[in-house]
Design a protein around this ligand. Structure first.
Ligand code: TNX
Length: 524
């Protein structure tokens, strides 16, 4: 919305004028600097500023709808996010008939259904903050917006003096795309459960809703499949360039799934096949066409391995994997990779994909695969993840849904520039601006918006070994990806976005996130 931007610019101007100590009279908010309107990422669908401001105090209660544990959970989540910096232990309780004059209300009552399943309304008046949504999803997003509207210091883990003020306003908001994801490759290097939870919290702040875990590859197998124990005892013991690897037990995996759910994020598991399978081929000789186990692999090449696609045992194997994965996957999607199976003929590849697609269907799940799977005849429910050259036109014409992960825009393992020591550059350098300044619906003439389910940024980890290195590669490009997924295209402009990103830099610093301080942004 054009007006939104004029307002954002205006408030930014007024706040900066105020900070310089003059023009107090023109400040619409009682001469007090408000929380920063210019900090919102992703920018909301619509925003209207009123006069006055809300001030959070130790005696501001948080009221939630009665009757559901979930509502209380989100109320407590908000209280815990506000506590460290404010020092306030806000009272969380169910909404009484006569709420106190000064309060925060999280409610489904009176929700605007035109904002859809993930939308919300956030109304800030001098005496009351109200987040209204059809679903708890929307309430959670309203909470993230509220956090970002408070002064940046709200993200400090140490007590700050405040004041904790937000200008009166009305936000109506909903996402452009249903799929707003990040992929982490835990196969090339393994990352502990606590690291994954950390990333989940960082994603939630930007309203991302899918975490795709690339669980297996040539260099490692990271999820316990109890009926095939050597996958982890052998296949899980290596990683790229050496090191002892690791894997998630099914209990640990279920713990990640549950933690993600509490932050509105669905875990999408990927078991890559028929290529990218050396770790499995090293674990079980029977999975090889020549019945000889492969040696473990710790290099960086791709495309050399394949399951024995002519042996029945391979399909029994896939069946066990999908069955066990289904038992720990509440979400509807199972990703079976399908990329870079360079050793197979097209007809063998297609035969394999169609068979594993029916296995996924027999467990009532939807198949996702990388763009190569479009060579096969796909079920209408199957989803294609574009990554390199595009998706076969006939699949698009058949109505296939596409997740957009074009390598030259979204591969967060690509270096920022020639000076970046981590990462790769086969798809080119990707600056912070490059990652932001494109439209998924304009990238390919033949791929219209209605075919696009959403956007996902993959982080491949051949060169990435720690959470701090993950953060350096994903921040600050990930907030840009999140805004592409959420905000209307006509409201996205790099110059204006880079101002908001600059403000977010303070928050990233306070959260202890190791981010790349690109000189394309005037960091504060
Ligand atoms: C391509 S993307 C791959 C991955 C690599 C990545 C490195 C895709 C489906 N395959 O196996 O890790 O490039 O950037």
């Amino acid at each position: 919305m054009k007006t939104t931007f004029r307002v954002l610019y205006m408030i930014g101007f007024l706040v900066s004028v105020h900070k310089n100590g003059n023009a107090e009279n023109s400040l619409p908010i009682n001469n007090t600097p408000p929380g920063n309107i210019n900090s919102l990422i992703p920018v909301p669908l619509s925003l209207q500023i009123d006069t006055g401001y809300f001030s959070l105090s130790a005696s501001t209660p948080i009221y939630v709808d009665p009757g559901t544990k979930e509502a209380l959970t989100f109320g407590v989540y908000l209280e815990q996010k506000l506590m460290p910096a404010t020092g306030f232990y806000l009272n969380v309780s169910t909404l009484p008939i006569q709420p106190t004059a000064h309060c925060i209300i999280l409610t489904k009552t009176g929700a605007d259904s035109s904002l859809g399943e993930e939308g919300y309304t956030l109304i800030i008046k001098s005496d009351r903050v109200t987040i209204t949504a059809l679903n708890s999803t929307g309430i959670f997003y309203g909470i993230q917006t509220l956090r970002q509207l408070l002064p940046a210091l709200i993200e400090s883990s140490a007590h700050q003096s405040g004041p904790w003020e937000i200008p009166d306003l009305t936000i109506r908001d909903k996402p452009r795309f249903a799929w707003r994801g990040l992929m982490i490759d835990v196969a090339r290097h393994f990352f502990a459960v606590k690291d994954i939870k950390h990333i989940i919290d960082e994603m939630a702040y930007y309203k991302l809703n899918r975490l795709h875990l690339h669980l297996t590859d040539d260099q490692g197998w990271r999820i316990a499949i109890n009926s095939w124990p050597d996958l982890t005892s052998i296949g899980g013991s290596t990683q790229t360039i050496g090191g002892s690897g690791g894997y998630y037990s099914q209990e640990q995996y279920a713990d990640i799934v549950e933690y993600a759910q509490s932050r509105n994020i669905m875990i999408v598991p990927e078991i890559d096949m028929p290529g990218h399978t050396n770790a499995a081929l090293a674990s079980y000789s029977d999975l090889n066409e020549d019945s000889k186990a492969r040696l473990p692999y710790t290099g960086m090449d791709v495309g050399f391995s394949s399951l024995a696609i002519n042996k029945e045992i391979s399909y029994a194997f896939v069946d066990s994997v999908v069955r066990e994965l289904t038992s720990i996957t509440p979400g509807p999607f199972i990703h079976l990779g399908g990329d870079e199976a360079h050793t197979l003929s097209d007809s063998d590849y297609v035969k394999f994909i169609q068979r594993v697609q029916s296995i996924v269907q027999s467990y009532h799940k939807q198949l996702i695969g990388w763009e190569e799977i479009a060579k096969a005849t796909l079920l209408p429910s199957s989803i294609i993840q574009l990554w390199n050259t595009g998706v076969k036109q006939s699949a698009i014409e058949h109505g296939a849904k596409i997740i957009m992960s074009p390598a030259s825009k979204t591969y967060l393992d690509m270096k920022y520039n020639s000076q970046t020591s981590l990462g790769q550059d086969w798809a080119g350098f990707i600056t912070v601006k490059d990652a932001y300044d494109w439209d998924p619906a304009k990238l390919f003439d033949t791929l219209p918006e209605k075919s696009i389910l959403g956007i996902e940024a993959p982080l491949w980890t051949e060169t990435i070994t720690s959470i701090s290195e993950i953060e350096f590669m994903i921040f600050p490009r990930l907030p840009g990806i999140a805004e592409i997924g959420w905000s209307p295209q006509e409201d996205r402009h790099w110059d204006e976005y880079s101002e908001r990103l600059a403000e977010q830099g303070q928050r990233l610093t306070l959260m202890g996130i190791n981010f790349y301080k690109s000189n394309q942004v005037n960091w504060k």
